[in-house]
Design a binder for this molecule. Structure first.
Ligand code: SAM
Length: 329
């Protein structure tokens, strides 16, 4: 799958549910309305859709959400998809998770051929954790990370950089993550979906964070890539890697290799644009995959060059109305 700008699309992110057991304040409103369960693709439909994408050239697949591990019987889907790892058609099957259910699922994920997992944590302080997630339990997440490590999964920590919330704590988190052999990535908040707060109050440009970190660490840019949009540095003092995902201060679209599917089968060609293709209709219109394949080709042919996120007081509206939990972060 080659888009109009010559980018090969070999990375698919699939949101398997819009539901989550946390309500991170920059991600969701407290009283989110979730989709009726009947609108979701079944696990069989998700498998069929992913399989068609793999046949069309997807080599890396990430399950996300919402919280992927709260989807009922999710391990059935992971187990099914793992056949593509065994056949060699898929190079990597991975997940982005808040870690709350990892203690339960880590061993089985590893058994299915999952090797890496991203765990999102924005603070190591249990009280602040409860505030930012509105009701998350940090202890449980820590047990999840331990279970993942014990199962041999490579854990990467993802933290959203939030002004006045965790900016002072990020150096300590970095030391903690690197001390455990985990890479870490920091992410700028993106203006996606209505939340209960003003995003200008939360937004911390990573250029500023980098300057702050340089006061106590030696950062060296390195060409390391995981196939995602992060740009990595090595930290001399810890010997670990830190990734910066900077959708706001540095547009990362030129090398975009991915598309995203929501749990209802909408294909989004860009995280920051509204154009989409209804693959559920194509999926349900016939038992064969021809219609689906044509719908995917048409959509890839419309992949835009990039997004234009803005956060400022004049544009006090999200750049895209859907929440990150719909398209899957
Ligand atoms: N529940 C899983 C998790 O916690 O990682 C997967 C879904 S979550 C939407 C994926 C990532 O998106 C998390 O790291 C979360 O912090 C991040 N995220 C959510 N809303 C965001 C926003 N508006 N800007 C930047 N990152 C956001």
């Amino acid at each position: 799958m080659i888009d109009p700008f010559g980018r090969a699309i070999d990375y698919l992110r699939v949101s398997v549910t819009d539901r989550c057991d946390f309500r991170c304040v920059y991600c969701m409103a407290e009283d989110m309305t979730f989709l009726p369960k009947r609108d979701l693709l079944s696990l069989e439909e998700l498998d069929r859709l992913c399989t068609v994408f793999i046949e069309k050239g997807v080599r890396r697949l990430r399950l996300t959400g919402g919280e992927p591990l709260v989807r009922k019987n999710i391990m059935h889907l992971v187990r099914q998809l793992s056949r593509h790892l065994k056949s060699g058609a898929l190079q990597e099957l991975t997940l982005t998770s808040n870690g709350s259910q990892l203690e339960r699922f880590a061993a089985e994920l590893a058994d299915c051929g999952v090797r890496r997992i991203n765990v999102s944590i924005d603070t190591l302080d249990p009280d602040k954790f409860r505030v930012i997630t509105r009701w998350g339990n940090l202890d449980k997440v820590m047990r999840g990370i331990e279970a993942a490590e014990a199962a041999g999964l490579h854990v990467k920590l993802n933290a959203v950089a939030l002004k006045g919330f965790n900016e002072d704590e990020l150096p300590e988190m970095l030391r903690w993550a690197h001390g455990r052999g985990m890479d870490m990535t920091v992410i700028e908040t993106m203006p996606m979906g209505e939340i209960d707060a003003d995003r200008t109050d939360q937004y911390l440009p990573l250029s500023l964070l980098r300057a702050q970190l340089e006061q106590q660490f030696t950062l060296t840019d390195i060409p390391f890539k995981t196939g995602g949009p992060a740009r990595y540095v090595e930290i001399a003092e810890t010997g670990g890697r830190l990734g910066f995902i900077t959708p706001m201060t540095h547009n990362f679209c030129e090398s975009c290799n991915r598309v995203r599917i929501t749990c209802t089968g909408m294909l989004y060609m860009c995280l920051g644009q509204d154009d989409s293709a209804d693959l559920r209709a194509a999926l349900r219109a016939s038992e064969g995959n021809e219609l689906l394949s044509t719908a995917i080709d048409e959509a890839i042919g419309r992949k835009p060059k990039g997004h234009d996120f803005i956060i400022d007081r004049r544009t006090n509206r999200p750049s895209v109305s859907r929440h990150m939990s719909v398209t899957g972060g």
